[in-house]
Design a protein around this ligand. Structure first.
Ligand code: ATP
Ligand code: MG
Length: 223
C-alpha cells in the first residue's frame, strides 16, 4: 500500500492559544516500505499516526492511501479501511479490558467475519511466537506492561493488514524480549510485503527499517 501526505497541518487548541504540532508536513511511502519515525517527546509522532489512521482529522493538507484521497472518506469508509487494511499498535496498548489476551488478538479477525475458533487459533499461534503461550487466557489487568505490548503487536498483525502503524512497539520490552519481538515483526512485515511506519526511540529498531525520518518543527526530515 502506498501513502502520501502533502502540506499536512495539525494544531490543538489549548485555552486561548493554538498549539501547532504538524505544519506543512510531507510524507511518501512506497508499497512495502518500512520506515522509522524518531523525534523528541511531544514532537507529534503519535499525532501523525492518529491522522494516518483517521482517529484525528488534519486542519490542512491532503492525504491519500493507494492514491485514494481520504478527505472524501466518510466514517464508514474509514472503519472499513481500519478493519481490512490497517494494523495499529497503540503507544498505551488499548487492549479491551474484558477480553482475554487471545480474544484481544483475535478481535480483528472476528470483525471481518472469521469464526471464533479460527480467530482464537490464529491468535494463539501469534501469542506463542511472541513467548506468551502461557498468558492466552489472562485479562489485560493480569498482564505486565511488556506482555500487554506483545498482545497489542499480535492484534495489529493477526489479520495480515497491508499497512502497519506502530507507536513505540518495543518501548516496554527488555533487550532480549525486544529482539524476539523485532525478529518476528520484521519477518512478518517482509514476508507479507506490508508497508509500515514505526515510531521508535530505539536505534536498533530504526536500524532495521529501510529509512529513518525525524519529526522536528512539525515536519519530517531525512536522517
Ligand atoms: N488532544 C490533544 N489536545 C491538546 N494537545 C494535544 C492533544 N494531543 C496531543 N497534544 C499535544 O501535541 C503534542 C504532540 O503530542 P504527541 O502525542 O503527538 O507527541 P509524541 O511525539 O508522540 O510524544 P511521545 O514521544 O512523548 O509519545 C504534545 O505537546 C501534546 O501535548
Ligand atoms: Mg507518542
Amino acid at each position: 500500500m502506498t501513502l502520501s501526505m502533502q502540506g499536512l497541518a495539525k494544531s490543538f487548541k489549548q485555552g486561548d492559544t493554538q498549539l501547532k504540532i504538524l505544519e506543512d508536513l510531507e510524507l511518501n511511502l512506497q508499497d512495502g516500505e518500512i520506515v522509522a519515525v524518531i523525534g523528541e517527546s511531544g514532537s507529534g509522532k503519535s499525532t501523525l499516526l492518529s491522522l494516518l489512521a483517521g482517529f484525528e482529522t488534519p486542519d490542512k493538507g491532503s492525504m491519500s492511501w493507494n492514491g485514494d484521497v481520504t478527505r472524501e472518506w466518510d466514517e464508514k469508509r474509514w472503519s472499513e479501511f481500519r478493519k481490512r487494511s490497517l494494523g495499529f499498535v497503540f503507544q498505551n496498548y488499548h487492549l479491551i479490558p474484558y477480553l482475554t489476551a487471545v480474544e484481544n488478538v483475535g478481535l480483528p479477525l472476528r470483525l471481518t467475519g472469521v469464526a471464533g475458533e479460527e480467530a482464537n487459533a490464529a491468535g494463539e499461534k501469534l501469542l506463542r511466537q511472541l513467548g506468551l503461550a502461557q498468558r492466552a487466557d489472562h485479562l489485560p489487568n493480569q498482564m505486565s506492561g511488556g506482555e500487554s505490548q506483545r498482545v497489542a503487536i499480535a492484534r495489529a498483525l493477526v489479520h495480515k493488514p497491508s499497512l502497519v502503524l506502530a507507536d513505540e512497539p518495543t518501548g516496554s520490552l527488555d533487550a532480549r524480549t525486544g529482539q524476539t519481538v523485532l525478529d518476528l515483526l520484521f519477518t512478518l512485515l517482509t514476508e507479507l510485503k506490508q508497508t509500515a511506519l514505526i515510531v521508535t526511540h530505539s536505534a536498533e529498531v530504526a536500524a532495521r527499517c529501510h529509512r529513518v525520518l525525524t519529526l522536528r518543527q512539525g515536519k519530517l526530515w531525512p536522517s
